[in-house]
Design a protein around this ligand. Structure first.
Ligand code: PEP
Length: 257
């Protein structure tokens, strides 16, 4: 099954709303200049919550083909939960995607697979696609336990989804030791785990789910190394952190083909 490659830029806690507008405009120009084929690669930006309205206005106003998403979502539908941002709020802002279970949230906010799973369900019920992040830390990798560790995160995070739903989801394999470190996994490292994820999904949910699911690699991806990673059969795109803040880098990543 042909899966449309997806390049998602996670801005993390960077850029105010004016800077966000400038970056999206420059990205749109860069991709237009290079005749980016939006049918070939889907481009998504994932700004902080406070920038979403500005990005929405720009994307709608200029009819840009760039999609956008949020970095997190509440497990609650709404009500007395101070500080929470609900799926309903995000879908009203035109978000297509929600990143859940990023390693920084698992690490600094103690997010468990159970919580990540609940957030993924909230996103999907709100009409958005969750980008479910999984991946091992350095100790686990050095112990050679990276595949079983990551698969157990996949099992926990995808619990309760139907095969049809899984076919439309996105999983991002992001080895924690490669995030923001400049230490990129080799294309073979990425393929090893991405293919194990797809095979686990095949066992649990069947062929349709496994063949439809898009699996991204994330961890120090740049324009210079994206080509080798994207050649791998089970890598359907990248979740990009630092390089997504630089228009030439992210433009180059989106135009890897
Ligand atoms: C990320 O934050 O998801 C990420 C992959 O970051 P970086 O590209 O900076 O390693």
């Amino acid at each position: 099954m042909a899966r449309t490659p997806l390049m998602a830029g996670n801005w993390k806690a960077n850029l105010n709303h004016q800077e966000a507008v400038v970056l999206v405009q420059k990205l749109a120009w860069t991709l237009a200049d290079k005749r980016h084929d939006y049918g070939k690669v889907e481009v998504v930006v994932v700004p902080p919550f406070t920038d979403l309205r500005s990005v929405q206005t720009l994307v709608d106003g200029d009819r840009l083909s760039i999609r956008y998403g949020a970095q997190d979502v509440s497990v609650h539908d709404g009500g007395a939960y101070t500080g929470e941002i609900t799926a309903g709020m995000l879908s009203k802002l035109g978000c297509s995607y929600v990143v859940v279970g990023h390693s920084e949230r698992r690490m600094y906010h103690n997010e468990s697979d159970e919580l990540v799973n609940a957030k993924a369900h909230q996103a999907l019920h709100g009409g958005m696609t969750p980008i479910v992040c999984v991946g091992e830390g350095l100790d686990t990798r050095q112990a050679g336990e990276h595949v079983p560790f990551t698969l157990s995160q996949v099992d926990g995070s995808l619990d309760g989804f139907t095969a049809e739903q899984v076919a439309g989801l996105v999983v991002a394999y992001e080895p924690v030791w490669a995030i923001g470190t400049g230490e990129v996994a080799t294309p073979d490292d990425a393929q090893e785990v991405c293919s194990a994820i797809r095979e686990r999904v095949r066992e649990v949910h069947g062929d349709g789910a496994a063949d439809g699911l898009r699996i991204l690699y994330g961890g120090s991806v740049k324009a210079a190394n994206v080509g080798g990673i994207m050649e791998k059969a089970d890598v359907d795109g990248c979740l990009v952190g630092g390089a997504s803040l630089q228009v030439d880098e992210f433009g180059g990543i989106c135009r890897y083909y």
